[in-house]
Write a protein that binds this ligand. Structure first.
Ligand code: ZN
Length: 314
C-alpha cells in the first residue's frame, strides 16, 4: 500500500471510519470491528516491579517493568485488539496490534515526564512525522514507591507537528558521535485532544470511551502534509489556551498575527481559521452554536449527527 505519496491526492475531508483506498491500515479492521466486539480485560494498575530486579540500569528496569505491564493491560485504542510485542528489531516498534496491525512505541518514566523528552535523531523523527503510517506513541508514568501506574495515554503520530519536535544542538566535536543532532519531544505542545488517556491520575477510563476518543482524532491521518496538519493542531492549541467552554469567531481572529507568523506562506489567515473550525466541527471536537459562536469539548461528550450512521455501517 502506498504510504504518504498516494494519500496526498486525497484532500477531501473524510469522517473517521470512512475509508479511502490509501489511508492508514488501522482503519479497515476498525470499521468492521465496532466497539461492542471488544473483549473486556480490566486494567490493573499494579506493576510487577520484581521483573526489574536483575537489571542494574534504571533505564532498563523502567523499560522491562513498563513493557510487561503494557502487554498485560493495554489494548489497541484504534480497534480494541490485543497487542503483541513488536517482532521487529527496530527500536521504535514496541507493540503491534494483532488485529489492525497498528504499531506503538512505549515511552515510560518514574514520576512524571519532564516537558522536554529527549528522543533520537532529529531527522529520523521528522521523517516519522511525515509518514502517516509510522508507529504511534504510548506514554506511561508510574509511582515507584507504590509500584502503581499513575498515567497511561496514547498519542497518534499525526498529532505531532514541527513545533512539538525541538532540534537539539549538535554534539560537540569532542563527543563520540560528534555533530549528531538529536531532538526533544516538547510535551506541552501536544494538543490535549490528541492525548488518549487509558489511565489519568490513577483513574482507569472506560474502554469504549478510549476507543471513541482515538477515533475522533483519526481524521488527521488523511493529511500527510505537515503544514496542513499543523494548521489544525495550532487551532486546537489556541482553543485550548482560551480555557473556556464557549468562544467566538472574533476571538479566534485575535490570533491572526500569531498564525501569520507561524504560517508565513498563507495570506488568507481568516478564511483558513474558518475552514479549520469546520474541520474540527466535522470531527466532533467543537460545535457550532450559531451567530459566530462555538463551544469546545475535547472530553468527547459531543454527539456527532453522523455518528449513528457510522455505527450502522459495518
Ligand atoms: Zn488495532
Amino acid at each position: 500500500m502506498g504510504k504518504t505519496g498516494n494519500v496526498r491526492e486525497n484532500k477531501e475531508h473524510r469522517l473517521p471510519g470512512q475509508n479511502s483506498p490509501t489511508e492508514k491500515r488501522r482503519s479497515a479492521p476498525f470499521r468492521c470491528a465496532g466497539v461492542s466486539h471488544v473483549l473486556a480485560n480490566d486494567i490493573d494498575l499494579k506493576l510487577n516491579s520484581a521483573l526489574g530486579e536483575r537489571y542494574k540500569s534504571e533505564a532498563q528496569r523502567v523499560r522491562v517493568i513498563s513493557e510487561a505491564w503494557t502487554e498485560r493491560n493495554v489494548f489497541c485504542c484504534s480497534c480494541g485488539g490485543v497487542l503483541a510485542r513488536g517482532q521487529n528489531n527496530a527500536r521504535v516498534l514496541d507493540f503491534t496490534c494483532m488485529k489492525c496491525h497498528n504499531d506503538f512505541e512505549l515511552k515510560s518514566t518514574r514520576g512524571t515526564f519532564s516537558n522536554k523528552l529527549p528522543d533520537g535523531a532529529f531527522e529520523t523523527m521528522m521523517a516519522r512525522l511525515r509518514d502517516v503510517s509510522s508507529p504511534d506513541f504510548f506514554f506511561l508514568t508510574y509511582d515507584s514507591k507504590s509500584s502503581y501506574v499513575t498515567n497511561f495515554f496514547a498519542v497518534p503520530t499525526y498529532f505531532l507537528d514541527q513545533t512539538v519536535i525541538e532540534k537539539r544542538k549538535p554534539l560537540s566535536p569532542q563527543a563520540r558521535r560528534a555533530g549528531w543532532v538529536g531532538c526533544n519531544i516538547v510535551m506541552n505542545r501536544i494538543p490535549e485532544a490528541g492525548r488518549v488517556f487509558y489511565v489519568r491520575n490513577r483513574e482507569v477510563l472506560k474502554r469504549s470511551d478510549i476507543i471513541e476518543r482515538w477515533r475522533r482524532t483519526a481524521f488527521l491521518q488523511h493529511e500527510p502534509d505537515l503544514e496542513a496538519r499543523g494548521w489544525t493542531l495550532e487551532i486546537l492549541r489556541i482553543i485550548q489556551s482560551l480555557n473556556v467552554r464557549e468562544f467566538t469567531l472574533q476571538r479566534m481572529y485575535d490570533f491572526e498575527t500569531q498564525l501569520k507568523r507561524r504560517f508565513p506562506r498563507n495570506n488568507f489567515v481568516r478564511p483558513k481559521i474558518r475552514q479549520q473550525l469546520q474541520v474540527l466541527r466535522d470531527a466532533g471536537l467543537i460545535a457550532f452554536e450559531g451567530r459566530g459562536r462555538y463551544s469546545a469539548n475535547f472530553d468527547g461528550s459531543f454527539e456527532r449527527s453522523r455518528q449513528s450512521d457510522m455505527h450502522g455501517r459495518g
